[in-house]
Design a protein around this ligand. Structure first.
Ligand SMILES: [Zn+2]
Length: 293
């Protein structure tokens, strides 16, 4: 299942078959060359703090968080392999420091696709043990050598990065990356902006609409002001609170409708009407009904 996941390209109306890359369905506009080979996304950089930046895809709104220290750079997510050269170039514009660590928020190819090239350049890749298992199951290149369970830390140049696994959400291995001094939280696809980049539940990859609200609630216990979603523009803690309300409402309403013996079509109509779910999310409907009955 995982190695035949379909990637849908909203803007280009192209459908491909590639390794586990559910979340590119989010944004769509993945640009392909004449031979169908993926082309690098155009990147731009958003400055959050003097030592913190986001490398944002101009077209596909995916995010790579950058922490600069005087002993090297920590990145959160490394996009596709084809984006590697441009990510490195953007980091070089920010700082002469080398990239030392990449944290993958989860196993999807648009967040971990650069791993093999990063490793070849001497970068240490870190993710949750669960996310690494999904990478191994999918035989994905660039599997991390270092993993953590529940909570991990990276200490570099006197700065701390905290890694949290708060539970299942978009996948079964979602990692939240917390920068306490900067009061910034990078969520991966456990939080994406809707409706531009809606909530997607990767059931084959351990995702859970049932656990999702509790996972977000645990993240909200951290002290931060700024949120870097997996896809979409940088927002605030209040936006993440609103998203918590959204995923909670989906869980409650779908469960209640199943109890009331509503049909799948009726539930789907509610999700489209009340929560702006789209055709990509429709793939999750069977798993959703099974989980929330
Ligand atoms: Zn994803």
């Amino acid at each position: 299942m995982r190695d035949t996941s379909h990637i849908y390209c909203v803007a280009m109306k192209i459908r491909l078959t590639l390794l586990t890359s559910l979340c590119i369905a989010l944004a769509g506009a993945y640009v392909f060359g004449q031979g169908g080979a993926p082309q690098p996304s155009k990147l731009d950089v958003v400055k959050l703090k003097d030592d913190m930046f986001v490398i944002h895809n101009a077209v596909v709104p995916g995010n790579t968080t950058v922490l600069v220290t005087n002993e090297g750079v920590v990145l959160v997510d490394d996009k596709f392999a084809v984006d590697y050269d441009n990510i490195v170039a953007e980091v070089k514009k920010i700082t002469p420091q080398p990239i030392k660590f990449v944290v993958n928020t989860h196993h999807h190819g648009d967040h971990s696709g650069g791993n093999a090239k990063m490793q070849a350049a001497g970068v240490q890749i870190v993710t949750s043990e669960a996310a690494r298992k999904y990478m191994a199951d999918g035989n994905l290149p660039g599997q991390p050598a270092v993993t953590f369970v529940d909570r991990g830390f990276i200490h570099l140049g006197g700065k701390a990065v905290e890694l949290y696994q708060f539970g299942r959400a978009h996948t079964g291995g979602d990692t939240f990356v917390y920068f306490p001094a900067q009061r910034v939280l990078s969520t991966g696809d456990a939080y994406t902006l809707s409706p531009e980049t809606p909530q997607l539940i990767d059931y084959a990859g351990g995702g859970s609409a049932k656990d999702w609200p509790d996972t977000i609630a645990r993240a909200l216990n951290l002290e931060f002001d700024t949120v870097v979603p997996g896809h979409g523009t940088v927002v605030t803690k209040n936006d993440l609170r609103a998203f918590h309300g959204e995923v909670t409402a989906v869980r409650t309403k779908v469960h209640d409708m199943i109890v009331q013996k509503k049909t799948k079509d009726e539930i789907w109509a509610m999700l489209q009407r009340d929560h702006k779910w789209n055709q990509f999310q429709q793939r999750s409907i069977d798993g959703l009904m099974l989980e929330l009955q």
